[in-house]
Design a protein around this ligand. Structure first.
Ligand code: SF4
Length: 216
């Protein structure tokens, strides 16, 4: 599926989905498979992720003691060509705090922080202060604070540019074929053992693929 990408009518810039920032940080080929080819497959990880999002995927608003909490809030940035949905944003006295839900354990500087940083860029463009965001780990049942600093925002902008280039590239990146592939729901679509650029001869596509042969 290639024709579905949105273009910002103000800037003629191809819009990058905020989720693509996380996919890009995880695997460039995964990003292209999802956002260029339109490939999607479920596995136990994606189902667990969906189930853990059931409360925050329901749009809603709550107010308590000066804090306004909005679930499933659409955000965008015309300047940086970003668009997506925040799981939760907490608003208080001109400041906005995005909270991104992730099913697994928190990894400092991991892919989820790029997505959170993209949300922060959108909220900044809407005129809010965004000093901090949080990754909520469902596995750990706790929030991890992420400082929204210049370094993170620079990384978000660089990743958005890289994703935009990827969306315009007709060829898929080669597969990683490393430990990340074990949990990737697109493994059967991607065939990383055959598409990692190491295959010198035409593979026998009818022979059973060996399980558990990874580069790392
Ligand atoms: S199977 Fe591996 S190389 Fe292929 S999309 Fe998933 S993570 Fe990327």
């Amino acid at each position: 599926m290639t024709g579905g990408h949105q273009v910002d009518s103000d800037t003629d810039q191809r819009e990058v989905p905020l989720s693509a920032l996380e996919h890009y940080a995880y695997c460039h080929r995964q990003t292209a498979l999802i956002h260029v080819e339109g490939v999607w497959s479920e596995n136990v990880e994606t189902v667990r992720g969906d189930l853990s999002h059931t409360t925050v995927d329901l749009p809603g608003l709550q107010r308590r003691r000066g804090l306004t909490v909005i679930r499933s809030l659409p955000v965008w940035s015309h300047t940086y060509g970003l668009r997506g949905i925040c799981d939760i944003v907490e608003f208080e006295k001109g400041a906005a705090t995005p909270v991104e839900y992730k099913v697994g354990r928190y990894k400092a500087d991991g892919p989820a922080e790029l997505q959170l940083g993209g949300q922060a860029l959108c909220l900044l463009e809407s005129g809010f202060d965004v000093p901090t965001g949080y990754i909520y780990s469902v596995a750990e049942r706790r929030r991890h604070a992420v400082s929204i600093d210049v370094d993170l925002l620079d990384r978000v902008m660089a990743a958005a540019d890289a994703v935009r280039r990827l969306l315009d590239t007709p060829a898929l990146p080669i597969a990683r074929n490393d430990a990340r592939c074990r949990r990737c729901s697109l493994r059967e679509d991607c065939l990383p053992e055959l598409t990692d650029g190491r295959q010198q001869t035409t593979p026998d596509l009818l022979a059973p693929r060996p399980l558990g042969q990874w580069r790392d």
